[in-house]
Design a protein around this ligand. Structure first.
Ligand SMILES: Cc1cc2nc3c(=O)[nH]c(=O)nc-3n(C[C@H](O)[C@H](O)[C@H](O)COP(=O)(O)OP(=O)(O)OC[C@H]3O[C@@H](n4cnc5c(N)ncnc54)[C@H](O)[C@@H]3O)c2cc1C
Length: 399
C-alpha cells in the first residue's frame, strides 16, 4: 500500500487547509480543541458554512449533492477538519438516515428529505432503542397500526441522542406483531417531531450534560408515505444503517487531535521534576495508543475504499467500532492521569459558556473529568462492543 500523497492529493489538502483557516469560526474551534461542549447552534452554523462551500456531505455521491470525493480525499478532509478543531457533523441525518433514503427511499422521499439534510434545515435523531430493546433490538415493542393511509404509533424510545434539537426522527416500529420471526414484523418510519402525541423527556448523564432523551409516542399519526421501502421489511434497512453508524464511529481524525492534546498536556505536567512526557511508563502508554491509532487509520482507509467501490460496510465495521472507541476512552483516561487530582473540580456551567477556568490547577484540566465520564458511552452506543465481538466471531471468524 502506497501511503504517500500524490501531487493532486497534496493540492487538495492545501485547499482544505485554506478553507478551514478562512471559514471555520474560531470560537467553535476553541471549544472543540479544548474539549468544551459544542452547542446545537454551533453545529448548525458550521453545517451551513459547509453547505455554502458544497462540502456539507463529503461522503455522499454527487447526484444527491455530495462531493463525490474518493477515499483518500475523505481521509484528508477528516484529518484536516479534526486537526483544525471543526466539530464533528451530527451523524443522524447525514451519515445514517441519508444513506438509507438514497438506497431504499423512493424519488419523492429523496427529493423531500436529502436537500434539507444537506442544508442543515432538518435535524434528525435516531429512534431505535427502547427500554428492553437495546442489544436485542429486534424485540422492540413500539407499535404502528395501519389505519388507511396512516399508521398510529404508540410506545417509547430511549437513549435518543440530541432529540431535543431534532425536528425529524427515524424510527423502527412493530407493524406486524404476529410475524413468525421478530425481525419480520418491523417497519422503518420517518416521523415529524412536531406531530401531536410526541413527548421528549431529558435524561441527564453523569457529566451533567443533557445529551440523551426518552421519546414517547401516544397515538401519533404518521402518513404511510413516510415509510421507507416495504412494510415489515424495516430490519433490512435498519441493519444497512447500522453498518454506516459503525464506520462513522471510528473517529480517527478526532482521536489524532486528542492524541496531540494529550502530548501537550504531558509536556506541561511534571513528575519528579521532569515533564511527564519523559516518564518512561507514561511515554510507553502514549506510544501504545499512538500505535493502535495508526493501525486503526489503515483499517479505516480500507473500509473507505470498499465503500467507494459501492460495497456497503460489512461486519468489518465492527472492528472499527471496537478499536476506535477503545482508543477514544484510553485518550480521555490518560489525560485524566496526566493532571491527577486537578481533573476533579468540575463546573459544568463555565464549560458550557466556553470558559477554561479551573478552581484549582491549570485551565486545560477543567473539562477532563467530564470528557472522561462522557466517553464511557462510546463502547455502549451504536451496538455495544460485546455485541460487536459476537458479530466478528460469527461473521468474520466463522465461530
Ligand atoms: C449515550 C448514549 C447514546 C445513545 N444514543 C442512541 C440514539 O440516539 N438512538 C438509539 O436508538 N439508541 C441510542 N443509544 C442506545 C444504544 O444503542 C444501546 O444502549 C445499546 O445498544 C445497548 O443496549 P442497552 O443499553 O439496552 O443494554 P443491554 O442490551 O441491556 O446490554 C447490557 C449489557 O449486556 C451486554 N450484552 C447484551 N447482550 C449480549 C450478548 N448477546 N452477548 C454479550 N454481551 C451482551 C451488553 O454489551 C451490555 O454490556 C444510546 C446509548 C447511549 C449510552
Amino acid at each position: 500500500m502506497d501511503l504517500t500523497f500524490t501531487a493532486d492529493e497534496l493540492a487538495f489538502r492545501d485547499e482544505v487547509r485554506t478553507f478551514l483557516r478562512e471559514r471555520l469560526p474560531q470560537d467553535i474551534a476553541t471549544r472543540v480543541k479544548n474539549g468544551l461542549p459544542v452547542r446545537a447552534e454551533d453545529y448548525t452554523r458550521w453545517q451551513q458554512i459547509l453547505h455554502k462551500q458544497g462540502w456539507a456531505a463529503p461522503s455522499w455521491p454527487k447526484q444527491f449533492g455530495g462531493t463525490g470525493w474518493g477515499p483518500v480525499q475523505l481521509h484528508i478532509y477528516d484529518e484536516e477538519a479534526s486537526a483544525a478543531g471543526a466539530p464533528r457533523t451530527i451523524p443522524f441525518g447525514l451519515k445514517m438516515v441519508a444513506p438509507v433514503i438514497m438506497a431504499f427511499g423512493n424519488p419523492a422521499q429523496q427529493q423531500r428529505f436529502l436537500p434539507r439534510i444537506l442544508s442543515g434545515e432538518d435535524w434528525w435523531c435516531q429512534g431505535y432503542s427502547e427500554p428492553g430493546a437495546g442489544s436485542d433490538l429486534a424485540s422492540l415493542k413500539t407499535r404502528a397500526e395501519r389505519q388507511g393511509d396512516h399508521y398510529i404509533v404508540n410506545g417509547q424510545k430511549t437513549w435518543n441522542t440530541l432529540g431535543q434539537h431534532a425536528n425529524w426522527i427515524f424510527c423502527l416500529v412493530r407493524s406486524d406483531p404476529n410475524a413468525p420471526k421478530q425481525q419480520q414484523g418491523i417497519s422503518f418510519l420517518l416521523i415529524d417531531m412536531k406531530t401531536p402525541g410526541i413527548t421528549v423527556r431529558p435524561i441527564i448523564t453523569m457529566d451533567g450534560a443533557h445529551e440523551v432523551n426518552e421519546v414517547w409516542f401516544e397515538n401519533v399519526k404518521v402518513p404511510v408515505e413516510n415509510r421507507i421501502g416495504e412494510e415489515n421489511k424495516g430490519w433490512t434497512y435498519a441493519k444497512f444503517l447500522l453498518g454506516h453508524e459503525r464506520t462513522n464511529i471510528a473517529g480517527v481524525g478526532a482521536s489524532k487531535r486528542e492524541l496531540g492534546r494529550l502530548k501537550d498536556i504531558a509536556a506541561k505536567e511534571h513528575k519528579n521534576g521532569k515533564p511527564l512526557s519523559e516518564d518512561p511508563l507514561f511515554a510507553a502508554r502514549i506510544a501504545q495508543v499512538e500505535v493502535d491509532l495508526m493501525a486503526l487509520e489503515i483499517t479505516n482507509l480500507r473500509a473507505l475504499s470498499a465503500e467507494a467501490e459501492k460495497r456497503a460496510p460489512g461486519p468489518e465495521a465492527s472492528v472499527l467500532k471496537i478499536k476506535g472507541t477503545e482508543i477514544q476512552q484510553t485518550l480521555t483516561e490518560l489525560m485524566m492521569y496526566a493532571v491527577g487530582p486537578y481533573a476533579l473540580p468540575f463546573h459544568r456551567e463555565s464549560s458550557e459558556e466556553g470558559d477554561l477556568k479551573s478552581v484549582a490547577g491549570p485551565g486545560y484540566a477543567a473539562p477532563l473529568a467530564a470528557t472522561y465520564c462522557n466517553a464511557r458511552k462510546v463502547t455502549i452506543y451504536g451496538g455495544s462492543n460485546e455485541i460487536q465481538r459476537n458479530i466478528i466471531s460469527q461473521m468474520i471468524l466463522g465461530l
